[in-house]
Design a protein around this ligand. Structure first.
Ligand SMILES: *Cc1c(COP(=O)(O)O)cnc(C)c1O
Length: 365
């Protein structure tokens, strides 16, 4: 069994993907070819966000977002310690300071009620992560930002396609950043990402930063990066969009089904809480268990791959430990000890899902 079944997806989309790739090979515009703008327009239509800028990866989208708002050395960004390192990495790369607010223990998303107490005169932005595919409480976070003149940047690397109060992830705040890493809900066949924004000035800045700060050919208005997304990768995303609504439906249905099967079994597995005003597109189907190493070993013996997203909160990572006391963020520490992700993709067969759940229950018996 695959943890993320990309081969089954390609088998279904082969004609569309191959045709899209062949078209790029025929026109030969590998850098900033027509598929780049075509994908940006398709993602604007999908999310409802006014502007989309395709970039080299999710990490690059976050970096460009912080450069576009002019983050400077010493500026603080409030974020969650329970995320992939890229979230804090880009802050530190620019000389900024990640200021952590702990998570809600049941959803593993940043606890919006803890953010306002972290605001100082140096705070510039709030960077919530839509972890596992569920958006954090963005209305509450936007309200804090409005009171203090801060920018909200959604790290939507895991949540493309998710919904919060009738709006799509990536259209919930001034800026959002997503990733098309192959295993994300909308993946390409390599690295890719996108920055979304409601602010035309930020969109323009991001477009310039993406190409070494050029506002015209060899006219460098600002310092930028080499942050373009390949035309070929945009072509893959365009092909994958043809079936994306169906994939999101399947992810939601398989997530519900996992939850039902596990809950009905009366097992001690703790399910992730999904709030009633939003959904979770399950970039990873993550649950919480005690004695995770034993459960993982039993599942591995049954031929079922698992993963841990993430074993340690960032303040327990050597590179990011300086910003927080080691015993702080107790919910993030505990989540890091207990979370475990099960196989998930739109093409996961229900029979395979049954096998996963049976093995999980067997491991806990
Ligand atoms: C995957 C991921 C990123 C980085 O995306 P890349 O495209 O791999 O650079 C950033 N933040 C989170 C939460 C992620 O899951």
């Amino acid at each position: 069994m695959q943890f993320t079944d990309l081969k089954a997806q390609y088998a279904v989309l082969k004609t569309a993907v191959d045709a899209r790739i062949q078209r790029v090979l025929d026109h030969g515009q590998y850098i900033m070819g027509p598929e780049v703008a075509e994908m940006e327009a398709a993602l604007v239509a999908y999310t409802g966000a006014p502007h989309c800028v395709a970039v080299a990866s999710g990490t690059e989208a976050l970096l460009i977002a912080l450069m576009a708002i002019g983050l400077k050395s010493g500026d603080e960004v409030i974020t969650t310690p329970f995320t992939f390192a890229a979230t804090a990495e880009v802050i530190v790369l620019l000389g900024g300071v990640p200021v952590y607010a702990d998570i809600e223990p049941d959803s593993c998303n940043i606890d919006a009620s803890l953010i306002e107490a972290k605001v100082t005169s140096r705070t510039r932005a709030i960077l919530p992560v839509s972890l596992y595919g569920q958006v954090a409480d963005m209305d509450a976070i936007n309200a804090v930002a409005l009171r203090h003149g801060l920018v909200v940047i959604e790290d939507a690397a895991q949540s493309f396609g998710a919904t919060y109060r009738d709006h799509k992830s990536c259209n919930l705040s001034t800026i959002a950043c997503t990733s098309f890493f192959p295993s994300k809900p909308l993946g390409c066949y390599g690295d890719g990402g996108a920055l979304f924004t409601s602010d035309p000035a930020i969109a323009q800045a991001a477009r310039e930063i993406r190409v070494h700060g050029q506002s015209g050919r060899y006219h460098h208005t600002r310092v930028g990066v080499g942050g373009r997304m390949d035309t070929l990768q945009c072509a893959v995303v365009l092909a994958k969009l043809e079936r994306f609504d169906w994939e999101i439906e399947r992810r939601l249905a398989l997530g519900d089904r996992y939850g039902r099967l596990i809950r009905d079994s009366g097992s001690p597995v703790q399910l992730l809480a999904v709030r009633p005003d939003r959904n979770c597109v399950w970039a990873q189907y993550t649950v919480m268990v005690d004695d995770r190493p034993a459960v993982q070993a039993a599942l591995q013996a049954a031929g079922i791959p698992t993963a841990v997203h993430y074993p340690k909160p960032l303040h327990h990572q050597p590179a990011y430990a300086a910003y927080c006391c080691p015993d702080c963020m107790p919910h993030s520490i505990r989540a890091g000890q207990r979370v475990m992700s099960l196989p998930m993709s739109a093409d996961l067969a229900e029979a395979d899902q049954d096998r996963v759940v049976a093995a999980l229950l067997g491991a806990l018996r």
